[in-house]
Design a protein around this ligand. Structure first.
Ligand SMILES: NC(=O)c1ccc[n+]([C@@H]2O[C@H](COP(=O)([O-])OP(=O)(O)OC[C@H]3O[C@@H](n4cnc5c(N)ncnc54)[C@H](OP(=O)(O)O)[C@@H]3O)[C@@H](O)[C@H]2O)c1
Length: 273
């Protein structure tokens, strides 16, 4: 089979939700370095302005559009601003999201609805907004930033894991539907990453200073995403030990149960009942 050349990203337009911090910010810098025009969005104006200034200082063509992904209107306005600025839309990254840890009995319906609105519905709005111009162009790439929690639901993570499992399903179904259309869909599943995620997380269990595995720098995720934009894949998975760990965990469920038990021990240590 002939090997397809890597896509040249120079001059491409990429929209990144949650592009003001963490993985989104690292993506903005990496896509900018690859020669893309970068459109970043987020709710808070200060980190958005800071990231924009950082991009512009590196000579990257950049637009910052304050957006709350829970609002379909705002997501469409973000899409329209990107189109007005560059006339096209090549890559759309649904990255905005947050975490939640809680014992199952301590979750309320509002917690689930709230995380669903950002982590799933925000990406749903993004996919639909991006699809219109991508269909017209006959090409495009949608990347949904999910999580390993989209594959393995650790205890105390029911709300977050459910939102990311749903996001994985959305991406898998959409990708299959778009086969042959020229539009690629990728589900990105990072593991523990060193970002503002843990500060922003809704934590009903109580903070813990310890994690089971060492967090990766956000740049590692961002670089893999840029590689995937050059050579699209259905999934980009980050697991300690790589794909082999995931394959082993599928065959031997005891591995997941052992990690789950350890996670609960670490997470609940120091909690006052
Ligand atoms: N860090 C990890 O260990 C890890 C692991 C796996 C997956 N992930 C996923 O990676 C993605 C990025 O998270 P991160 O680790 O980079 O955390 P982060 O540093 O907290 O970044 C989250 C970004 O999302 C934005 N955001 C949150 N809610 C939003 C909303 N309603 N509308 C628009 N933007 C919103 C935030 O900006 P504003 O607050 O200003 O809106 C921020 O820019 C998330 O989807 C997360 O689930 C993270």
């Amino acid at each position: 089979m002939p090997v397809r050349p890597n896509r040249d990203l120079r001059g491409r337009t990429v929209v990144i939700t949650g592009g003001s911090s963490g993985i989104g910010r690292a993506c903005a810098l990496e896509f900018g370095a690859a020669g893309c025009t970068v459109v970043i969005s987020g709710r808070r104006p200060e980190p958005l302005a800071q990231t924009r200034a950082e991009l512009e200082a590196r000579g990257v063509r950049c637009l910052a559009v304050p957006t709350d992904v829970r609002s379909r209107e705002q997501v469409y306005a973000l899409r329209d601003a990107a189109l007005a600025a560059s006339g096209k839309l090549d890559i759309w990254v649904n990255n905005a999201g947050y975490g939640m840890v809680a014992r199952f009995e301590e979750l309320c319906a509002e917690d689930l609805e709230a995380i669903w609105r950002t982590n799933l519905m925000g990406s749903f709005h993004g996919c639909q907004a991006a699809l219109e111009p991508m269909r017209r162009q006959g090409h495009g790439h949608i990347m949904n930033v999910s999580s390993l929690a989209g594959r393995y639901a650790l205890p105390l993570n029911a709300a977050y894991a459910a939102s990311k499992h749903a996001l994985n399903a959305l991406g898998q179904s959409l990708g299959a539907e778009l086969e042959g259309s020229g539009i690629d869909v990728t589900t990105v599943m990072p593991g523990l990453t060193d970002t503002g995620f843990f500060a922003a997380m809704v934590d009903k269990v109580g903070p813990t200073g310890t994690h089971l595995v060492r967090a990766m720098p956000a740049e590692v995720v961002a670089r893999a995403m840029v590689r995937c934009a050059r050579r699209p894949r259905e999934r980009v998975v980050f697991a300690p030990g790589g794909a082999a760990t995931l394959a082993l965990a599928e065959v031997f469920p005891i591995i997941f149960r052992t990690i789950a038990r350890q996670y609960v021990k670490v997470r609940l240590s120091g909690r006052k009942e």
